[in-house]
Design a protein around this ligand. Structure first.
Ligand SMILES: Nc1nc2c(ncn2[C@@H]2O[C@H](COP(=O)(O)OP(=O)(O)OP(=O)(O)O)[C@@H](O)[C@H]2O)c(=O)[nH]1
Length: 434
């Protein structure tokens, strides 16, 4: 029986050994990493929130401080070709520090080269211009030349025919008073001379119309210098009129005429109401080599006019032409402004000529404007523009008669030399030419 205890000791030892082996196997099995993803996915519960698991808190940085440039930016490493390299972020994280704006010195713009002075143009001679431009009166010519001559050349006229003559003259804008006067004279002369042929009728018509345009007033534009107290004083010419009638154009054209005749000219851009008017005048001046005095946009026109006359006097030029602002005559204040321009200019020099520019195409309206202008300022001469674009050339007769002021110049086109001196005989001749 002495072997029995050893038997039990061996049995217990075997049992303990087996138990330890089994326990070790179980623990080892639990710790093994599964490489089977599908099985693992089955086991891991899907996180809430679309699968995003935050790994840390929000990165914060102190505000208001300049962020330092990265020490080794990508662009410094040619081998990366600007592509993200190992250790770089593929994209800049949204919450990374932003670059601040840096002031960068820009190169000074290259100094603009001064514009080349425009070459001075050749100017067509002023003499004989009306004859040369007679074709421009085409529209008015058909009224006088064809309609009137057609009626008068037909021999003895009955009352209906005389009524037609009257209507034709009225439609050409001669106005009631001038029309009546002309028809009466025509009747008288045709009867007295016992006119039978169309040639004779033409001669009478020419005579009567020319007489209606004649005046004792001087038609010459006072634009030549004179002497005051032994000193040369330039002629001062103010050019006035409603916007768009052709004031600036006329001032430029007149400057050309004067320069062509050997005069020196300063132009005053006193139309400060419309900025482009000063530029326009400057262009005209450059074309003839004249000087322009201009103010800032919205400057006092009287001050600009004053400066222009001052400059002209100092420079000893022959004429100063001042292009004034052409606001609507209905605006009393603006018309007062024109009166002021004249008064201010006259503090240093007499105004020799006030030319009122009227647009022939506006007919009766132009006449109304003329009346208001002549109340504000002493108009000494009329410039009738755009006679090339109207059949109402008869406005010349009416304007002169109504205002008692001679038409001195006529505009017959937009060209630089399309300004002609007004001569009644040549004008009527042009109207009646076929
Ligand atoms: N057909 C024709 N057009 C003319 C004549 N005179 C001027 N014009 C045109 O009329 C327009 C107005 O002329 P401007 O000289 O600018 O008129 P303005 O009176 O100075 O006008 P503001 O500067 O606005 O006061 C321009 O297009 C000129 O070319 C003319 O005799 N015949």
């Amino acid at each position: 029986m002495s072997s029995t205890p050893w038997f039990w000791i061996v049995v217990v030892a075997v049992v303990v050994l087996v138990a330890v082996l089994v326990a070790g196997l179980l623990i080892a099995r639990r710790r093994r990493i599964s490489l089977d993803e599908s099985k693992a996915a089955d086991v891991v519960e899907k996180p809430k929130g679309g699968g995003y698991t935050a790994t840390g808190g929000i990165a914060l940085a102190p505000g208001g401080e300049k962020t330092e440039e990265p020490e080794h930016p990508v662009e410094d490493r040619p081998e990366t070709d600007g592509q993200p390299a190992v250790g770089d972020d593929a994209a800049v994280p949204r919450d990374s520090a932003q670059r601040t704006v840096r002031d960068v010195e820009l190169p000074e713009p290259a100094e603009e080269a001064a514009p080349e002075p425009a070459p001075v143009e050749e100017i067509a001679p002023a003499t004989g211009r009306l004859e040369r431009l007679r074709g421009r009166l085409g529209k008015s010519r058909s009224v006088f030349g064809q309609s009137l001559l057609g009626l008068l050349g037909a021999g003895d006229l009955d009352e209906d025919s005389w009524q037609d003559v009257e209507d034709t003259l009225l439609m050409a804008d001669l106005g009631a008073a001038t029309t009546t006067e002309i028809v009466d004279r025509l009747r008288e002369e045709l009867k007295r001379r016992a006119v039978r042929t169309s040639e004779e009728a033409r001669a009478v018509l020419q005579e009567v119309l020319t007489a209606a345009l004649s005046t004792d007033a001087v038609r010459a534009v006072r634009a030549l210098p004179h002497t005051v107290d032994g000193k040369k004083q330039p002629a001062v010419v103010l050019v006035a009129g409603v916007n768009g009638t052709g004031k600036t154009t006329t001032t430029g054209k007149l400057a050309r005429v004067l320069v062509a005749q050997g005069s020196t000219v300063v132009l005053g851009a006193a139309d400060t109401f419309r900025a482009a008017a000063a530029d326009q005048l400057q262009t005209w001046a450059e074309r003839v080599g004249a000087e322009v005095v201009r103010g800032k946009e919205g400057a006092d026109p009287a001050a600009v006019a004053f400066d222009a006359v001052k400059r002209g006097t100092e420079a000893g030029v022959d004429a100063v032409l001042v292009d004034t602002a052409g606001r609507l005559h209905t605006k009393t204040g603006l018309m007062d402004e024109l009166g002021k321009v004249k008064r201010v200019v006259e503090k240093q020099a007499k105004v020799d000529e006030v030319l009122l520019v009227l647009d022939a195409t506006t007919g009766q309206n132009g006449l109304m404007q003329a009346r208001v202008f002549s109340e504000v300022i002493d108009v000494t001469g009329i410039v009738l523009t755009k006679l090339d674009g109207t059949a109402k050339g008869g406005i010349v007769f009416q304007v002169q008669r109504e205002l008692g002021v001679p038409v001195k110049l006529v505009g017959l086109g937009e060209g630089p030399d399309d300004l002609a001196p007004f001569e009644p005989g040549a004008f009527v001749e042009a109207l009646l030419s076929s």
